[in-house]
Ligand binder design. Structure first.
Ligand code: G3H
Ligand code: 13P
Ligand code: ZN
Length: 400
């Protein structure tokens, strides 16, 4: 198994209508948590490293941790530079073993953004590395730079074709209302994303992979846990998971997650230390933190497996109307195929089973292994051969 680029991943994700999770890694526990979960779920995954991560952990430690993770878990993964500010950092990561880089010229003028992006693309493509760029500007905190709401701007769809054509970039991050950090909306404010912009971008760039930054959902269970065990994160709010699902069904192929990892680890460590005031071996609380990281990814289901099974299913006749209604009542987007059903399920812990005369879909949301929400519905199935893709006990999961 090896480090791969995102090319094949994005192609499959676009065609399959799902998105790949891209997780920021800063230390060993995060690398292990994400890759072990990816291994268990057989999920494709992107590990990304920011300038801040390189400063904190050093480039070679991070690359070697990632190489070790591939050796240990056997997963294929892409190693990506997140928010590369200039050509030099992109070059350094390309030369230093990354398979993908982001050149973030979003703070430049349109022409300067094109120029720097084009330069990185030429250097990267000559070396088999793919490039993500950004048009429009997200609000929030990036690498100690705080972009105020006033300085943020939505992507102008009228610019995307020219930008992509002139730069030759492989994927594009756009601004549709997500933002970096754990405070994306104000309490009481209705979370909203500009899906109309995404739709227009997709219309202008059919088949082209779009990236969503600032996509953490800031799970409230973790916020509560942080607050309960001595932290202070009042009013932390993220992107509702159903909006991520919606985006993934459209052209979004990569969903960037950092804050959710920070939050899960912090919650776990705070809880551990309060519950075990005598512990002072870092391995004790860091093991809990690593387990918490694993809970962030389950989000991503065994998409490959789901797709394969669903393709087989589609060769028969696809879910019946009744089954789709059952999916809806289970909170799962109704769709023509079980593949879509599985990949867009709104919560972790989706399960579906049924052969012969009936089927049932449902979900169980777990946090730290504890069920916190369940739901479901049943329907008649006209197919006798519907394979039990996800035996209930297996607790297969997906999110986007
Ligand atoms: O988009 C920004 C990421 O959350 C990276 O954050 O620069 O603090 O590592 P960082
Ligand atoms: P969050 O702060 O929403 O996790 O976004 C992370 C990100 O976009 C990294 O590039
Ligand atoms: Zn980002």
């Amino acid at each position: 198994m090896a480090l791969v680029t995102t090319k094949e991943m994005f192609k499959k994700a676009y065609e399959g209508g799902y998105a790949i999770g891209a997780f920021n890694v800063n230390n060993m526990e995060i690398v292990q948590g994400i890759t072990e979960a990816a291994q268990e779920q057989k999920a494709p995954v992107i590990l990304q490293v920011s300038a801040g991560a390189r400063k904190y952990a050093k480039h070679s430690y991070l690359v070697k941790l990632v190489e070790a993770a591939i050796e240990e878990t056997g997963v294929d993964l892409a190693l990506h530079l997140d928010h590369g500010a200039d050509f030099e950092i992109c070059k350094s990561c390309i030369d230093g073993g990354f398979t993908s880089v982001m050149i973030d010229g979003s703070h430049h003028s349109f022409e300067d953004n094109i120029a720097v992006t084009r330069r990185v693309v030429e250097y990267a493509h000559d070396r088999g590395v793919v490039v993500e760029a950004e048009l429009g500007r997200l609000a929030g905190i990036e690498d100690a730079v705080n972009v105020s709401e006033a300085d943020s701007s939505y992507t102008d769809p009228a610019q995307v074709e020219e930008f992509v054509t002139r730069t030759g970039v492989d994927s594009l991050a756009i601004a549709i209302g997500t933002s970096h950090g754990a405070y994306k909306f104000k309490p009481g404010q209705k979370p909203q994303l500009r899906f109309d912009i995404l739709e227009e971008v997709e219309r202008r760039l059919p088949g082209f992979p779009i990236v969503l930054h600032g996509a953490s959902s800031v799970m409230q269970e973790y916020v509560q846990m942080v607050n309960q065990y001595g932290g202070q994160m009042p009013g932390a709010i993220g992107i509702p998971e159903e909006m991520l699902r919606e985006a993934a069904k459209m052209a979004v192929c990569k969903i960037n997650i950092d804050s959710d990892i920070r939050l899960a680890m912090t919650a776990a460590i705070r809880r551990h230390l309060v519950e075990h005031p005598d512990h002072f071996d870092p391995r004790q609380y860091l093991a809990d933190a690593r387990d918490a990281v694993k809970e962030v990814l389950p989000a991503l289901d065994n998409l490959e497996r789901a797709l394969e099974a669903a393709k087989a299913l589609l060769k028969s006749s696809g879910p019946s109307r009744k089954e789709r209604t059952a999916c809806r009542s289970a909170g799962v987007s109704a769709s023509r195929s079980a593949a879509v059903l599985l990949r867009v399920c709104p919560v972790r812990g989706l399960w579906r089973y049924g052969c012969g005369g009936s089927m049932r879909v449902g979900y169980t949301v777990r946090r730290f292994g504890r069920p916190v929400r369940t739901g479901g519905g049943s329907a008649d199935s006209r197919r006798r051969s519907w394979p039990p893709l996800f035996p209930r006990q297996a607790g297969s999961r997906c999110r986007y």
